[in-house]
Design a binder for this molecule. Sequence first.
Ligand code: NDP
Ligand code: 2IT
Length: 443
Amino acid sequence: MSYLEELINYLKNKNPNEPEFVQAAEEFLEAVVPFISNHKKYDGTNILHRIIEPERIVMFRVPWLDDKGNQCVNRGYRVEYNSAIGPYKGGLRFHPSVNLSILKFLGFEQIFKNALTGLPMGGGKGGSDFDPKGKSDNEVMKFCQSFMLELSRHIGPNTDVPAGDIGVGGREIGYMFGQYKRIKNEFTGVLTGKGANWGGSLIRPEATGYGLIYFLVEMLSAQDIDIRNKSVAISGSGNVAQYACKKLIELGAKVITLSDSSGHIYDPNGIDSKKLEYVFELKGVRRGRISEYADKFDCSFSKGTPWGVPCDIALPCATQNELTHSDAQKLIQNNCLAVAEGANMPSTAGAINEFQKNKILFAPGKASNAGGVAVSGLEMSQNSLRMNWPSEEVDNKLKEIMKNIHSICVKYGSQKDYIDYVKGANIGGFIKIADSMLDQGLV
Ligand code: NDP
Ligand code: 2IT
């Protein structure tokens, strides 16, 4: 049995019933094992077994009262995965599908993504199976306060700094920050994605979507492809999808789809700034369904994901495993030339394999969606300095970081006639983490 097979068996036996975590770790191991086999410094360190083991996981009960006075309970989590290069850093997800497997996969991805940004942040992730859909602001506040009552024992500005993810945006970060401050009697940068009036960085709301497009532009430029007039299919219609769409409009591309968990809209005329304003209001303020867009602008709405719509570029920005092997085949048949992940692990292993076999440009989330956590890192710096940088300065730093991540991917992922961004991102992230762990001894 090869070392890789041995490791994958170990991974699967050690983590039964955690398919998403095994999927993320398997992709990483496949990229990194050939690399360490050629680098003697890792011999005898058991570094890969050590990296796939989280440093700490906390799981806790979150009791709260709904508006009718019912006593409700959810499960809360924080996976503190790796602190080799800085305090644990990563988002909180509130979604009914949240479980340990999903948070371990997200925490694991976060380690290498954060390393790629070049900023001093370890990897972590947390959240709850709480479903914010259909809940009143009051219920969301009560849940957030109860969640933070326990979480506050485990986090801190130099220990673990959470942020948003699916179901956690400005409103939830506000309620959680208020509760943390009340419990600790401290105003610190313990969360990122805060409001601009109370320590949040400018451009943090935009950062993941903008960063995704900056990375995409780098990837296309490396092949002499212009983004202007390209048709783009986006999935999702939340934070990442909205700002990716905004930047694409600015750059002269044509966004033709958006989606949510009920289905996707297809607007062949393209989503312009006015229509996008409507989406911001629909999804961000009214928390409505994307099908309303189709009624309002007289275009089609269909169930399922948008990957059957012919496009030049596909940007999955909703959730994990939303783009399957057969979706990849459809995109390729329709002459799609590039796929960049805004979401975390939206493409299945089979889909990635199909893209790579057909030499489609493919950017994995840990590289292409790193802009969000990068600006979170810049928010931490500003909080430590007790300063606020202007948006242009933050945006320029974000561009530089995405450019740099692209260069790292090219450095470690270049093949004869193809850039393997999956290999490049995994090896680039691995080196920084592994070498830091070796420096710090067996801890
Ligand atoms: P939001 O909660 O703002 O939006 C999520 C979007 O995805 C919504 O349109 C939602 O539809 C859709 N969605 C969520 N779950 C599912 C599902 N199971 N099936 C179909 N559609 C679904 O989250 P974000 O935009 O912040 O996050 C989107 C993705 O980007 C996630 O994978 C997240 O991990 C990743 N990401 C986010 C970053 C950030 O800074 N926010 C940074 C890096 C990555 P509906 O409205 O119906 O729920
Ligand atoms: O997946 C991610 O990178 C995020 N949800 C953002 C994490 C952060 O700490 O800003």
